[in-house]
Design a protein around this ligand. Structure first.
Ligand code: PEP
Ligand code: MG
Length: 571
């Protein structure tokens, strides 16, 4: 049995192992004098790669929907990127490099640039270029890419890495699970596995050494176990667990169109976090009762240039017309999210630097355009609220509100109609804001706690840095008490408070937050139904007692023990 990696997509899978190893292609550092022949080879390889990717994209569209096929449009664009191609041609012509050599050098430069970026999103783009590089180089060397043969029985794929095009070229009717040696929870394998509902473990170092093709494998991505060639008793146990899980998923579906209530009828609205309008389908499919965090920066990251007012209005309207209430967060750029067309200073500590509202104050036109677009898009909508990220002090709220007023005056002067009654709220994600919540509550209409940042700033532990990950602890009672401080201040002032950081979607902590009295919990859509179902079995009084107990704890391990005991006693 191996127990490695991270559970990226929940579920149970049983099948035969099929390993997929990507052999690195060797490229010799050679010159080829026949420039014309090299250029011809390059064009042919790019063309064949484009044709392959178009087929893969169409397969993906059929099996996973257009949202997940878009990644291959991006790959097609990268293959045909004039900048990249121009650089390869220049090397072929200028330095007389052979086509594969030149392509490899240029692709590697791009991969280096992307992998050295702080931003997780751009880091993942390096994986995309690696994916297309392999395909193009294979063609440049006169070979055909070795796409996995057709799989026709229940299979679990074990791979070093699984690229998006690998995933799309698999026969998904028979692929029951994935295990990869690398990749994090935000890697494409993880995202696709979740979208497909295929159980997956990622980042399981050395997994390929533990298995051989044809082994029987039982993957338990619920209790985090992997059994290679299990004995009969274990196999039977896992088969039972698999059928119980299938039944469980069917029962979850019954909660889709219900509102979230505890057993004694107390409402705990479960909202969804949204990155872009493209994700709206998951929001409605999982029965979200609203959107508690619309991270608008992704709209800006998906584009090569700043989206103009009209483009923004269209994107915001699409969201507002699909689901409400919606909390739209103004741009949170900086830290780990950078956008090439917005100039930013080089900072030693970007998470402590010009990020989010701080950057918006400096890029005032950018901020005002977004506010204009939001106010106009919200015109006929009842329940759209605007949220400011990374507020540390009261003066920032006052300053932002005066900018909103300025924008409103400008719209009035231009005779443009817009939403005049819009709530303005703030993220509570910096400890100073949580501690000064009483004063801040007087300035705004609502709070939403961003635990992802609150944890890193509270414990001085960078959320991206594995070396200090022991300090990045969402179960720590200090964090929970700080959140409780903000909640008390909000409720005393008569404003509502929710949580939109990752902890809201973690079942155990969602129970604590519900018991604390949070007005809504906003999470990744796939977490909603399970939490809704669990809450329906619990009494609000019991949840409150649970929260009281954890707030008195001294450390994370104690909180975990208390929650486990609570679940054993009540579920
Ligand atoms: C948070 O910090 O918890 C949050 C929701 O914002 P982001 O993850 O986008 O920083
Ligand atoms: Mg944040």
């Amino acid at each position: 049995m191996m127990k490695k990696g991270k559970m990226a997509s929940k579920g149970i899978a049983i099948g035969n192992v099929r390993t997929m190893e990507h052999k690195e292609i060797t490229v010799e550092d050679k010159q080829c004098d026949d420039v014309g022949a090299s250029l011809k080879k390059l064009n042919e390889a790019l063309e064949k790669s484009t044709q392959d990717l178009e087929k893969i994209r169409d397969n993906a569209e059929q099996s996973m929907g257009s949202e997940h096929a878009e990644i291959f449009d991006a790959h097609i664009q990268m293959v045909n990127d004039p900048e990249m191609k121009g650089q390869v041609e220049a090397m072929i012509e200028g330095e007389k490099l052979c086509a594969d050599n030149a392509y490899n050098k240029v692709a590697n430069q791009f991969i280096d640039i992307f992998s050295n970026m702080e931003d997780e999103y751009f880091k993942e783009r390096a994986a995309d270029i690696k994916d297309i590089r392999t395909r193009v180089l294979t063609y440049l060397q006169g070979k055909t890419p070795n796409d996995p043969s057709l799989i026709d029985k229940d299979t679990i794929i074990v791979a070093h890495d699984l690229t998006p095009s690998d995933t799309a070229s698999l026969n998904l009717e028979y692929v029951k699970g994935f295990i990869t040696e690398v990749g994090g929870l935000t890697s494409h394998t993880a995202i696709m596995a979740r979208a497909l509902g295929i159980p997956a473990i990622v980042g399981a170092q050395g997994a390929l050494e533990d298995v051989n093709d044809g082994d029987t494998l039982a993957l338990d991505a619920i209790d985090h176990n992997v059994y290679v060639n299990p004995d009969d008793a274990t196999l039977e146990k896992m088969q039972d667990k698999l059928s119980a899980y299938k039944t469980y998923l069917e029962t979850l579906n019954k909660f889709k169109d219900k509102e979230t209530l505890t057993k004694d009828g107390v409402k705990v609205p479960l909202f969804a976090n949204l990155g872009s309008p493209k994700e709206l389908q998951g929001v409605t499919e999982n029965g979200a009762e609203g959107i508690g965090l619309f991270r608008t920066e992704f709209l800006f990251m998906e584009s090569d240039s700043q989206p103009d007012e009209a483009t923004q209005i269209e994107a915001y309207k699409e969201v507002f017309e699909t689901v409400q209430p919606v909390i739209v967060r103004t741009l949170d750029i900086g830290g780990d999210k950078n956008i090439p067309y917005i100039k930013q200073p080089k900072e030693d500590n970007p998470f402590l630097g010009k990020r989010a509202i701080r950057l918006c104050f400096d890029e005032i036109e950018l901020f005002k355009t977004q506010l204009r677009a939001l106010l106009i898009a919200a015109k006929d909508q009842k329940n759209v609220r605007i949220m400011l990220p990374m507020v540390a002090v009261v003066s920032e709220v006052r300053r932002a509100k005066s900018i909103v007023e300025e924008v409103q005056k400008e719209l009035d002067a231009e005779n443009i109609t817009y939403q005049k009654n819009i709530d303005i709220g703030i993220m509570i994600e910096i400890p100073s804001a949580a501690l000064n919540a009483k004063a801040l509550a007087e300035e705004v209409d609502f709070f939403s706690i961003g635990s992802n940042d609150l944890i890193q700033y509270l414990f001085a532990a960078d959320r991206m840095n594995e070396h200090v990950s022991y300090l990045y602890e969402p179960y720590d009672p200090t964090l929970l008490r700080l959140m409780h401080t903000a909640l008390e201040a909000a409720h005393e002032a008569g404003i509502d408070i929710g949580v939109c950081g990752e902890i809201a979607g973690q079942l155990d902590l969602a129970l604590v937050l519900a018991g604390m009295g949070m007005d809504e919990l906003s999470m990744s859509p796939s977490s909603i139904l399970e939490i809704r179902k669990t809450l329906s079995k619990l009494n609000s009084k019991a949840l409150q007692t649970l929260t009281k107990d954890v707030l008195n704890a001294k450390e994370a391990s104690e909180v975990k023990t208390i929650i486990k005991q609570f679940k054993d006693d009540n579920l």
